[in-house]
Each structure stands twice: as C-alpha cells, then as structure tokens.
Design a protein. Structure first.
Length: 392
C-alpha cells in the first residue's frame, strides 16, 4: 500500500540556471510506482520578476500551488487539514471582524468536533445530527453560522480540488431548524427620541458618536475608523474608507459597506460642534481619538457601550437591569432599520445601511435613490430636532 503523504507547505529557493537565477517551489511527493517519498519542484519565475522571497511566496499563493502539491492525496486529508488551508489562503481576504468570528467558531466548535475526520467520510446525516444537538446550548443564529462556515470550507476544498468532486459538499443538505417551542429572540429597539434622550448626559465624544450611530446606522468598527478627512462637508456625505476593531485598522466589510453615507444638516451640526471641542481636529486625526493614547488610536467601542450605552438604556427603561441582551452600538443600527421599515422603501433602507444582500434587510428592494436616503435620514433627525434645535 502506498504511504499517505502528510499535509505539506513546501518551501521556495533560488536555483542557478544558465539564463538567470530562478525561484523554484520545492516539496515532496509519493512516487506512484513504488510508494517512495521523492523530492519535487515547480518553477515559480525568475529572480528579476520576483526580487524577494515574499514576492515568490505571493506567486505560490496566487497559483494555488500549495493545494496542487497535496492533490494526489486530497481524498484522505482531514477536516483539520482543510481548515488549515482555508485559514492560510482564504480567511485573510475577509474583513477583520469576520476573521475574528470565524477563527473563534473554528477553534471552539468545528475543529473540536470534526478536526480528525477524513473529509470524504463526513456524512450529511451525522452533520445534521450534530447541528441539531447544538440546539441544547446554542441559539439558532449561532448554529446557522457554524453550519454556513462548515459549508463554505467544503466549497473552498472543492474549488481547489482538495477533496474529490464525487464527494460533493455534505453540508449542502444540512438544515438549521429552530427547535419547537424556541422563541425567536427580540432585538433591542431604541427609537430616535430615546436615542436623543440617552445622549443628554453623555460627554461630548460619546454624545457625538452615539448620535452619528443612531442617525447613520454605521457599524461601531466603521465609526471608530473615521478620520476628519473622511467628511465631505460640501458634498454632504461621509466616506467609509477604513474600519477599526480590536486595536487593528482594516478594510470595510464589503464593497457595499465602503459606500459613503449621507450627512444631513443636523448631523453636520453635531460633527462640527464636536470638532470644535476635540483636541484632535486635523484631517488626518481620528474623529473619536483616545485622549489617553494622545490621539494615536480611537477609543474602545466595547468600553463605550459598557460605560455609557447600557447604563443610559437602563436609566430610560429601554433595558431591564437583569436583561443580558447586548446593548451596544449594533442595536442602534438595527433600531434604525426597524424605525424606517414603514417610513421608507426597502431599497432606500438597504442603501442607507449599505447591506450587500437583498435578504439582509427586508427581501424587497427597488431602485436606490440618493435623495431618498437623505430624506430617510432626515426622518430620524426630525424626531430629535423639535426637542432642541441646538446641538448643545
């Protein structure tokens, strides 16, 4: 019986050739004739085309060579092998927040349960039973994320031919069913007027940040990633050029997420007033810079929610003290969509929240119109402005 080759990464080196020095990708393979392990190599390109080792590795990744050198034994790789290749080659392409979530789900659930399984031997029924069993201690949305991640990893393996086409994707048939009697959790809803009430006792930074979140529906990572140079005062819009999450600067979540958001008259007043108060008001400064870090980084979203949002919601009776639901900035984003659901057309709401998928918002969309997005935002600020037309 031919020996099974372990998952390998290989290495690159420069080889002297008559024409010019050339990068080669070296690895080992099992010779079919006698099952012996032998050295092998694939030419990457000349040293002039790829002047550094990192450039050569980038070409290896671009051509999917790591997958190719493991192809002859792909039918016997484990799920952990498949995850390793996914994490190395696909995960870095995703938004940082998505990477963090997927790594957590892989390490806590998927690898713990399926890591040692040969991927070709994972059966749909066994996967379905596992997903159903998780309902004892995980919510339906969380189980759905685990199911979808496992499905995505199998699709990735099929794309790179790491698993035989005949095996297919066993997770395609798995369904995440809500157990009978399980009540769908109610989202925390904050009305525009309640949001205005909440910020009355907030310090200037927290006040401006919360109003910006409530009016635009921006994600907390997008809010913290804003710099003053991102505001187009003349064009009445705010550009989303970066995110900031867990101490790292990153790219917007998707192409749709990178679209600018409208900035109405009231919101412009809020931001101008905050800019006059902050010590970090240059175009290159973070809009919500940390004083403790001397403006080098933005404030922490988690601390802001814990110290200000949640206590304010409890004070106003929006949230009961014993209610353990998340009371963060994402609740303001969800609240915005809920408030506008019967006041603006679904396509306008999708455009305002910059969702990529139709299903994410309301499953019903029409032509997106910029002036409608601005009008929808004004509906939110209109509930705030009769109370006090001044920013203070």
């Amino acid at each position: 019986m031919a020996r099974r080759q372990r998952w390998q990464k290989g290495y690159v080196s420069v080889e002297a050739r008559a024409a010019e020095p050339t990068w080669v990708y070296r690895f080992s393979r099992i010779r079919p004739s006698d099952g012996r392990r032998v050295a092998a190599k694939i030419t990457i390109g000349s040293l002039s085309d790829f002047p550094t080792e990192s450039a050569a590795w980038a070409e290896v990744s671009r051509r999917g060579l790591e997958a190719q050198i493991n192809l002859p034994y792909s039918g016997r790789i484990t799920f952990a092998d498949l995850v390793h290749f996914y994490v190395t080659n696909e995960l870095p392409k995703l938004a940082f927040s998505t990477q963090a979530q997927q790594r957590n789900n892989l390490n806590r659930y998927l690898l713990f349960r399926w890591g040692r399984y040969i991927v070709a031997e994972i059966r749909p029924l066994e996967a379905q039973q596992w997903v159903d069993e998780l309902s004892k201690h995980l919510s339906t949305p969380t189980r759905a994320k685990l199911r979808d991640l496992m499905h995505r990893i199998f699709e990735f393996g099929l794309l790179y031919q790491l698993i035989p086409e005949s095996s297919g994707n066993p997770i395609k048939r798995v369904r995440c069913r809500r157990p009978r009697g399980e009540v769908k959790p109610q989202s925390l809803i904050v009305t525009p007027y309640q949001a205005w009430q909440m910020v009355q006792e907030f310090p200037p930074l927290q006040r401006a940040l919360t109003l910006l979140a409530a009016i635009t529906g921006l994600r907390i990572s997008e809010l913290l990633g804003l710099k003053w140079g991102d505001v187009d005062w003349a064009g009445h819009k705010i550009h989303i050029r970066r995110t900031y999450l867990q101490g790292k600067e990153g790219e917007p979540k998707s192409e749709c997420s990178a679209r600018p958001v409208p900035m109405g008259e009231y919101l412009a007043e809020v931001l101008k007033h905050w800019r006059q108060q902050t010590s970090y008001a240059q175009d290159e400064d973070w809009m919500f810079a940390s004083d403790r870090l001397r403006g080098k980084k933005p404030r922490s979203g988690g601390i802001l929610a814990k110290d200000y949002l949640r206590p304010a919601m409890i004070r106003l009776g929006i949230l009961a003290p014993e209610d353990r639901r998340r009371a963060g900035f994402h609740a303001l984003r969800h609240s915005l969509a809920t408030y506008l659901s019967d006041k603006a057309d679904p396509k306008t709401i999708q455009g305002l929240l910059r969702h990529s998928k139709v299903q994410t918002t309301l499953n019903l969309y029409t032509q997106e119109v910029d002036k409608n997005k601005m009008a929808a935002q004004e509906l939110v600020t209109l509930e705030m402005r009769p109370i006090s037309r001044a920013v203070n």
